[in-house]
Structures are given as C-alpha cells and as structure tokens.
Design a protein around this ligand. Structure first.
Ligand code: F0G
Length: 446
C-alpha cells in the first residue's frame, strides 16, 4: 500500500470523446500540444510531476532567498555530498542544463560519447557540441520480450569497438544512464557499472552517470541481485565508481524543478561553474529559488526510503502486470518509472514510417483522455534513421496516482487492443530541425 496518506487533492478533468477529437486535431496529433485541462490521466512523464511531501512543502517556508551563500545551498551541498561522495555540487534548474554545461566544457567536434542509451536531450546536447552520441547497451535491450533483470547494462565489447574506431583521444567521457530511460527504464547492475568504471580507468577516460533515477536503480539492485546494505549504501557504491554525475532532480529528487552536476575534478568544476554564472546564475542558486534548493535536498533524502521505493517500483510493476494480463503487449521486464507498450506488436499493420507508436499514443488519448509519450520513430527517426523500438511510454508520476487511476488506464488500453485494427497511421506535416517530437504536427494517413 501507499506509505503515505493524502493531505491535499487536485481535481482531474473529464472530457467527452467529441472534445478529445477536437483537441487532438487542433494539436496536430501531438499530445505535447494538448492542454492539461483536457487530460484525465497524465502519464506523459515522471519528470517534474511528483507530489511533494508535507516536509518538502514546509521546506519552502525556510527558503533563504539571498543572492549569494543561501543556507539552502549548503544543505543541498551537504546532502548531495553525503549521498554521492562527489566534491563539487553545482545546482541548476534541470537535467539538460547539466548536460549543456558538462558537454560544452569537454565535448569537441568529432568526439564520440558512449552511453548505454542516450536520452534525447543528452544526445542533442552532445550533437550540439559537434560530438556523436553512441549507444552501447547490450543487444537484449532491443528485444522487448527479453525478460532479463539488468537490461540497462552496457556492452563492453561495443565500448571496445568505439575505442578501436576513434581512439582514446576522441572519447572525452563515458556516460551510464541509471536507470536506462530510453530502453524502458531498465536498471544497470553494480557489476556492470564496475566493469565500465574499470574500463574507463584503464583507458584514462572520465566516467559520469546520468543519475536521474539513481534511487530506483539502487532499489532494483537490492531486489534483483540481492545486494547487501540499505539503499543509500548501494547508491553510494555506484557513485564511488565514477567521477561525477548529471542529475535531473525532477525525477528522483522528487521536485517539480531542479538538478545539479556533481563531480570531483577541480578544473572541470571551475569551468562548469563559470559557465553556470553565464547562463543560470550565481553558483549557490544556479537558476533556482532558495526554497527550491531546500525542497530538492529534502526530496533526495525521501527518495532513498526503502518503503517509498518498494511502493513506487511495486506500483509500476503491478500496472505492467495488469496490462499483460489483459493481453496488451508491453516491454518486459517492467522498468522503474514507466510501462512501455510495444507498438510494433500492438499495431503490426502500421509501417514504421507511419509512426505506429505515435498513432497508439493518439488512440489512447482519444479512447480515454490518457496522455502517454511516443518513444519511437517520431522521437528518434529524423532523417530516416529509424530506431529499433517503437514504444509508447506510460510514465507514472511519483506519489500522484492511486492504483484505481492506473486500473482505469489498463481498461482503456485493453479496450483499444480489442479494436486495434481500426487505428490508422500518421504522417508529418511540420517538423523542427532538432528534437522534432516536441513540436511536430501530424495528420492521419489517407
Ligand atoms: N536524462 C534522462 C535519462 C532523462 O530521462 C531526462 C529527462 C533528462 C536527462 C533531462 O532532464 O528534463 O530535467 O532537462 N527526462 C524526461 C522524461 C523529460 O520525460 O523522460 P530534464
């Protein structure tokens, strides 16, 4: 059961099918353009959508809005140092800023940056600096039906291949995303992280985590590989293997806005900090209010509570199991923050260039006002480089929806599966040059 009770409520909108049809049409069949007032259950993302606890709301009242040296910064710094062990803690307003600051100080044109699978903003920020983002996850990650416990693991042979192809000097850092969002929210094992760390040390290459969901990853390690110790201890064993991390605290920081870069290298920290001042703000607030820093520090403490994580991961697992029981094809095993529908198996009659995952996303909305996000050809297939997976991610915000909300989503998905043959593909009518999925406009194919 939920290890919390509910102190404040927020009404959810209900709409008619006709209203949803009109909303979808005027949004160009892109759910990012549908106003939230027309969404009944919003599973677009788990990012920035968490419910804060009473203690986090209370933390807002002790915000110290001093321009420099806010006491809330020192609490955040102490908290991140205690959890991660990293020396420098640089606050900023969200994960992609961390990526921008880090990569613009270490990625040069022609560089190659390996990761298990790069998240879209990570890839875009590397490319923006002239680098190439290389995915080196194990092959099983691309098989939605391969039910293995650590599907986010890096393939060391693929790392060797990148090294052989481009040479050590063209690899400014290696990243590891925990959990691996774009591959289904799948965890990385401590053994694999250790191998990656050893590999990096052997070749003198810095190693960083994209640590957005580090606590969920640590919990998976505890239950799936029986690691000893409490969650903070396991998380720390991961952090100890690397030189630093980027963090969007909008996920496992349990806040609506916030993030940081944490790292050990003094010279790199200085460069990142100087650029922070240019684009985000003074180093003790980094684009956030003092109260936000305090809520983030509090959230980072709460997310490591094993009872919270057992409910969190359990709720997502049960949601996935209920979909499976209803015959709906999903990616297995169920990951940490979301259930991913396998659009290829759901809609085998829609060719990849007609965006099956996006068509399914639209159909879910039309059927029941449920908002999900496409992770397939629209997100990653620009220029005709079609991705292997066509997924629809149903991301579960933290501490927001109860099981009966998710039961409703299962009913909608199951109803849709019954009439899947009636769902049609889509074609693009407008696309932006980068990150096209956010603003693309589409229409049903004739
Ligand atoms: N890295 C990963 C693995 C992410 O999942 C995200 C965001 C980011 C970096 C960027 O962080 O949004 O704070 O700038 N993921 C959200 C999602 C948007 O819906 O998965 P950000």
């Amino acid at each position: 059961m939920e290890p919390f009770k509910i102190k404040a409520t927020e009404s959810i909108p209900f709409t008619s099918r006709a209203e949803r049809e009109a909303a979808l049409k005027s949004a160009g069949y892109n759910l990012f353009s549908v106003p939230s007032s027309k969404i009944t259950i919003d599973l677009l993302t788990d990012s920035g959508t968490s419910a804060m606890s009473d203690r986090q709301w209370a933390a807002l009242m002790i915000g110290d809005e001093s321009y420099a040296g806010s006491r809330n910064y020192f609490r955040l710094e102490e908290t991140v140092r205690r959890i991660s062990g990293y020396k420098h803690v640089i606050p900023l307003h969200q994960g992609r800023v961390a990526e921008n600051l880090l990569f613009s100080n270490c990625v040069r044109p022609g560089d190659h940056v390996p990761n298990n699978i790069h998240f879209d903003t990570t890839k875009a920020n590397i490319e923006h600096n002239g680098g190439q983002a290389i995915d080196c996850v194990i092959d099983a990650a691309y098989d939605p039906q391969a039910d293995i416990p650590f599907k986010g693991d890096m393939d060391l042979e693929k790392l060797d291949r990148v090294l052989a192809d481009v040479g050590r000097d063209r690899i400014p850092l290696v990243l590891l995303t925990i959990t691996n969002n774009s591959g289904g929210g799948q965890p990385v094992s401590l053994a694999n992280a250790t191998e990656v760390s050893d590999w990096c040390k052997r070749h003198g290459i810095p190693f960083f985590y994209d640590a957005c969901r580090f606590a969920e990853n640590a919990y998976f390690c505890k239950v799936r590989s029986g690691l000893d110790g409490d969650i903070p201890t396991i998380a720390r064993r991961f952090f100890d293997l690397a030189d630093g991390c980027t963090m969007s605290a909008k996920k496992d920081g349990l806040v609506n806005m916030g993030g940081f870069v944490a790292l050990n290298d003094d010279a790199l920290a200085e460069k990142v900090t100087n650029m922070l001042i240019l684009i985000e703000g003074f180093p003790t607030y980094g684009g956030l209010a003092g109260r936000d820093l305090e809520a983030m520090a509090q959230g980072l403490e709460e997310v490591l509570d094993e009872r919270y994580l057992a409910h969190r991961i359990g709720q997502v697992r049960d949601f996935g199991q209920a979909l499976r029981d209803a015959g709906v094809p999903i990616l297995v095993p169920v990951g940490g923050h979301a259930v991913y529908l396998d659009a290829r198996r759901f809609l085998p009659h829609i060719a990849q260039d007609q965006f099956p995952a996006q068509a399914l996303t639209c159909a879910l909305y039309l059927e029941g006002g449920v908002r999900a996000v496409e992770i397939g050809g629209l997100m990653f297939g620009a220029g005709g480089n079609w991705p292997e997976l066509e997924l629809v991610r149903l991301a579960v915000p933290r501490r927001v929806y109860t099981s009966s909300h998710l039961d409703y989503v299962v009913e909608i998905a199951a109803t849709l599966f019954e009439k899947r043959d009636s769902i049609r593909g889509l074609q693009i009518t407008y696309e932006a040059p980068v990150l096209r999925h956010f603003t693309a406009q589409l229409k049903p194919v004739e």
